[in-house]
Design a protein around this ligand. Structure first.
Ligand code: ZN
Length: 186
């Protein structure tokens, strides 16, 4: 198991839907271990497989005293909403008020193929929604109002990292202070 490079916005893997896991084998256990180690190294509160360049429906989280991994998730969301700052390890140093459902119930499988259910409100609910979005090729700025999204795109274009992330085939190698994500790196 090893720390992997975190892909930055501009990398096509982050805006493409990921494939369901079909075989719960050693490769998946290694992927979960790599995701967990990379999330803790960042540090972040969650990390999805596409963020390390693996287009499979797997994510890990560590927030609100809850830690784990989930494979092939589906979400049930409350109609009640919450406001709050949200950031993403694939958008270093950025955070925006992002509307999310207040409560989420995520159903899926663990690395052994056993069904599991994770239920959370507030930050954990936010995390489950953010990570499941990653598996659908959706990033958090897609959840902003059109005005906020425009501001976010401007900030991205002006960021140091964006040029590197969009260079054809170039893997971005930027290590940004974890403080820049305000502990909200997902
Ligand atoms: Zn993210």
């Amino acid at each position: 198991m090893s720390v992997q490079e975190i892909r930055l916005f501009g990398d096509p893997v982050l805006t493409s839907p990921a494939e369901p896991v079909l075989h719960f084998d050693k490769e998946i256990r290694t992927l979960v271990a790599d995701l967990t180690e990379t999330m803790h190294d960042a540090p972040g509160a969650g990390l999805a497989a596409p963020q390390i360049g693996v287009p499979l429906r797997v994510f890990v989280w560590d927030c609100d005293d809850s830690e784990g991994h989930l494979i092939n998730p589906t979400l049930d969301l409350s109609s009640e909403m919450q406001d709050g700052e949200e950031g993403c390890l694939s958008f270093p140093g950025m955070s925006y008020e992002t509307p999310r459902a207040f409560r989420a119930v995520a159903k899926g499988f663990n690395m052994h193929g056993e069904p599991i259910v994770i239920e959370g409100t507030e930050l954990l609910a936010r995390c489950l929604q953010h990570e499941t979005d990653h598996l659908d090729g959706i990033v958090f700025i897609d959840r902003l109002s059109p005005t906020e999204r425009k501001l976010a795109m401007k900030e991205i274009r002006e960021s140091e990292w964006f040029g590197i992330a969009t260079e054809s085939g170039a893997a971005p190698k930027i290590k940004v202070s974890p403080h820049n994500t305000f502990g909200l790196g997902l």
